[in-house]
Design a protein around this ligand. Structure first.
Ligand code: ADP
Ligand code: MG
Ligand code: MG
Length: 878
């Protein structure tokens, strides 16, 4: 197998083998863009490297030598030759872009002798030692940092800071050649003190760098990133070895990053940043705050125009927005990377719509291209309009959206405090973020940095994940040690509330109310196209008229699940429900209390039907065990014990305790709930059916339309359904007679017990529709308690015992098979049975795809996921 490809031997279709960066470097070379020559070591070698216990395969170095000869010839320079040295970059690059997650080494080939040689031939000593100090730092950090205790990039940076402090200067550029040379000596002494001699041999440097890039595939941040992005751990990274071009040779040199369109808004404008007399990492690592590319237009219009022209070439070639890295060496422009640009949901939708209008892509391509999960961000929260707030600082609008939370100055603590999105709301505040901060960023509501630009890795990650971010906010002083930041005389300490308005780069004192955004014109157009291709229906889970209205605004075609018990928890109903439960075996109390509840529920349903304006609503009869409406047993027991010890007694509390004790179940999810509860206390559901149909009747009588689909949960045996349905039909008929209207109601069931799925042919005789309750179905199929599964599912997924969390994405093989069996059997007895899904999976794009494949009529999800489900359903049908 060929292991090394020269750029001219590859092309953009070879991402699997060459990685995205390598494939695109090859493609760009071949279409004539100025790319420094080089070659790519394939991703297969990475796999071999790991398979053989981290050893480079035999023969690889020889293949590299051959390719290197080619580059040397092209450049007229030789690696390691002090009189005419070739310098190289060694760059990571997997199939899917993982910005900043893996390692890169620049200026490879420099050593003491080569440095002297370059200067003897006339190179600027400052440039030479600037490059050399970078090499020592990068190579030591990536190649030795993980093997030798105590070598860290941080230490190198600190030594540079110290040197600058000794010299009394601030900027890197103020440090002289001699001092940089001294810094190189300090660096070498530092690594020596940790047990490594910095390799002087260029080939040894190259071998170390290649291995380091392979190892960086499995560094912590890369692993976290892949997990989050669901990138396969097995695919590995390629290594690109490329001739260096230098942005740090002087003031006619520079380096930068640009997007062919605005990555935040999607606007059609080249948008980027650069630094003169700098090397790549300076811009992307966010160490120096770069200049806006529009400055380059003034500084050097010829280069600027050439660059804009390349942007157009690349956009037309790839038919997508590109993220481009470039370097200017002595007024000559080089392109070092291009990839499809990461963008916000808003920008994704806008660029897709614009590119259709520009005839660059088709509507199908536009629909296929936008990741449904990104749509979340289109509806990203904004500060409630009309709110007055106190802007204390302004930075760059690196990630849109509004966020409120307490300031936290350490990524680990932010990760700890904001865990799983359910923890505290935190805003991570850093001087600059490194990719190591990833876990903390993901757990935070928002991110604020003192340094770094719009194209810093922090900003890329923030936009990709929809984290509101203000970057490069140079008026604040972050003091991580003291856990505070200051702006003028304002000090914000850890735990103080701040807010961010990411879209405008505003930092705000205190908390602000945030609310959901409205849909924009492009979003409407885009979703309209999605609906043209979509064949499966999309409904929403909604329990109140307000939810229903929100869902319809977002495109829902009906309600797929109303949880009637949610209404029992509200305001004045709770006491009624509790007093009914406390005396549940007394028929008179039961009747009286149910009479009160009927009044409430009738209004609830009427409101829902009105909001639906004739669209159907699947309404589920009471599902949870009754003790869920009572106070917590353990707490009650403790309270009564405390009272007793204090010599007090509270009769009401004791009654409550007795009731809670008598209803206590060891395993409530498998206990007296769902259809079982209805069979034991049929009056509750009879009341609910009456309320549903009376609510429907009043809407119909007022000239409207109401389509109630009454759903009975947790059926595992057809007799359960037959028994309860007979009762409920009587109630339904009675209501129709009393009200003098005919109501187009139907009875169906949830399929959420495995036995129900397996005997669907019997159940479908009674049920006019099925809705797959995949939360319970997953719980019962795996035997995983959904409420306790955190503890083991995380390690299961980490150790790849399961490919993913089955509560997030349907387990097709097991749970999916039960669904398929149920559908096949049901259709035999009722060919036109209506089929839907109402578990959380209804809003998960991959599960939506599956639901389409097995022929469901609709999916139902929470109102906010409706656009996601619509898009996922359209993509499934393409
Ligand atoms: P990442 O995947 O982290 O973006 P890259 O491989 O793109 O890493 O390298 C980081 C930076 O190093 C780039 O932004 C680029 O500016 C610089 N760089 C890489 N290769 C070269 C090269 N051949 N000449 C000059 N600079 C380079
Ligand atoms: Mg890059
Ligand atoms: Mg259920």
């Amino acid at each position: 197998n060929k292991r090394v490809y020269l750029f001219r031997e590859g092309d953009k279709s070879m991402r699997d083998l060459l990685g995205g960066k390598g494939a695109n470097l090859a493609e760009m070379s071949n279409i004539g863009l100025p790319v420094p020559p080089g070659f790519t070591i394939t991703t297969e070698v990475c796999t071999e490297y790991y398979a053989s216990g981290k050893k480079l395969p035999a023969g690889l170095m020889e293949e590299i030598e051959t390719a290197l000869k080619d580059v040397e010839k092209d450049q007229g320079k030789t690696l390691g030759d002090p009189n005419n040295p070739l310098l190289l970059s060694v760059r990571s690059g997997a199939k899917f872009s993982m910005p900043g997650m893996m390692d890169t080494v620049l200026n490879l080939g420099l050593n003491d002798q080569v440095a002297e040689g370059m200067i003897a031939k006339g190179a600027d000593p400052r440039f030479v030692y600037d490059s050399y100090r970078r090499l020592i730092m990068m190579l030591s950090d990536v190649a030795f940092g993980d093997r030798y205790e105590g070598i860290s990039k941080h230490d190198f940076e600190h030594q540079f800071y110290d040197l600058k402090a000794e010299l009394g200067v601030k900027e890197d550029l103020e440090v002289s050649a001699d001092k940089l040379k001294e810094l190189c000596e300090r660096y070498k002494a530092y690594v020596q003190s940790k047990g490594v001699t910095f390799p002087q041999d260029a080939r040894e440097q190259m071998k170390e760098a290649v291995e380091a890039v392979f190892r960086s595939w499995n560094n912590e941040r890369a692993i976290i990133y892949r997990r989050r992005e669901k990138i396969d751990d097995a695919i590995g990274t390629a290594v690109n070895i490329q001739a260096m071009v230098f942005g740090n040779m002087g003031d006619d040199c520079g380096t930068g990053v640009a997007f062919t369109r605005n990555a935040s808004t999607g606007d059609k404008e080249v948008f980027g940043e650069y630094l003169m007399n700098a090397q790549g990492e300076d811009v992307v690592a966010g160490v120096r705050t770069p200049l806006d590319l529009n400055e380059l237009k003034l500084q050097n219009p010829i280069i600027y125009n050439e660059f804009v022209n390349f942007c157009n070439v690349l956009e037309h070639h790839y038919k997508d927005m590109q993220d481009i890295e470039f370097t200017i060496e002595r007024n000559k422009l080089f392109i070092l990377q291009c990839r499809s640009g990461k963008r916000t949901g808003t920008a994704a939708v806008k660029t897709a719509v614009d590119m259709v209008h520009e005839c660059l892509i088709t509507k199908e391509e536009a629909i296929a291209r936008v990741n449904p999960d990104l749509l979340n961000q289109v509806l990203l929260p904004v500060i409630a309009p009309g709110t007055k707030y106190d802007v204390i600082a302004k930075g760059l609008p690196a990630g849109p959206g509004a966020a409120t939370g307490v300031a936290v100055f350490d990524a680990n603590r932010a990760a700890e405090m904001g865990k799983g999105g359910q923890g505290q709301r935190v805003i991570l505040v850093r001087a600059d973020t490194s990719p190591d901060d990833l876990a903390g960023m993901l757990a935070a509501q928002g991110v604020l940095t003192e340094r770094g630009g719009m194209t810093s890795h922090a900003a890329l990650v923030a936009r990709g994940f929809g984290i509101p971010t203000v970057a490069g906010c140079s008026s604040i002083r972050v003091d991580a040690e003291k856990r505070q930041f200051t702006i003028g005389d304002v000090t914000i300490k850890e735990g103080d509330y701040i807010s961010l308005n990411g879209g405008l780069g505003e930092v705000i004192h205190g908390q602000v109310p945030v609310e959901d955004a409205k849909m924009t014109g492009d979003f409407g157009t885009f979703m309209g196209w999605a609906d043209e291709f979509r064949k499966m229906g999309v409904r929403a889970n909604a329990d109140s008229p307000a939810d229903v209205r929100k869902a319809i605004e977002l495109g829902a075609e009906g309600v797929g699940l109303t949880r009637t018990e949610h209404m029992f928890f509200e305001g004045d109903r709770r006491p009624v429900v509790v007093s009914m439960i406390l005396d549940i075996d007394n028929p008179e109390t039961r009747a009286a209390k149910l009479g009160e509840l009927l009044e409430f529920q009738r209004e609830d349903f009427k409101g829902i039907f009105e909001a639906l304006e004739g669209r159907p609503a699947t309404i589920r009869l009471i599902d949870p065990p009754l003790h869920e409406f009572l106070p917590n047993l353990t707490e009650l027991t403790a309270e009564v014990a405390v009272d007793k010890a204090a010599g007090k007694s509270d009769a009401a509390k004791e009654t409550m305790l007795r009731a809670a004790e008598s209803m206590h179940e060891i395993n409530p999810m498998l206990g007296l709930r769902g259809v079982r509860l209805s069979i034991v206390y049929p009056e509750i559901v009879a009341m609910q059916v009456r309320a549903i149909l009376e609510g429907a009747a009043s809407v119909i009588k007022a000239g409207g339309k109401a389509v109630p689909e009454i759903m009975i949960p947790l059926v595992g045996h057809v007799n359960e359904l037959t028994t309860i349905k007979a009762d409920l039909e009587k109630t339904a008929k009675a209501v129709e007679a009393e009200q003098g209207v005919s109501i187009p109601y139907s009875f169906g069931t949830m399929i959420e017990v495995p036995r129900g799925a397996l005997t669907a042919d019997e159940i479908a005789v009674e049920a006019e529709f099925f809705s797959f309750g995949t939360n319970d179905l997953t719980q019962m199929t795996f035997g995983f308690s959904r409420d306790d599964s955190d503890k083991f599912l995380k390690p299961y997924v980490e150790r790849k015992i399961l490919p993913g969390d089955p509560f997030e994405s349907i387990d097709r093989k097991g749970v999916g098979q039960l669904m398929q069996i149920a559908i096949d059997k049901a259709k035999k007895v009722r060919p036109n049975i209506k089929l839907g899904i109402c578990g959380e999976h209804g809003g998960d794009p991959s599960s939506v795809q599956f639901c389409y494949e097995i022929g469901l009529d609709y999916v139902s999800c929470s109102p906010f996921r409706v656009p996601i489900a619509r898009l996922a359903a359209a993509q499934a049908a393409l």
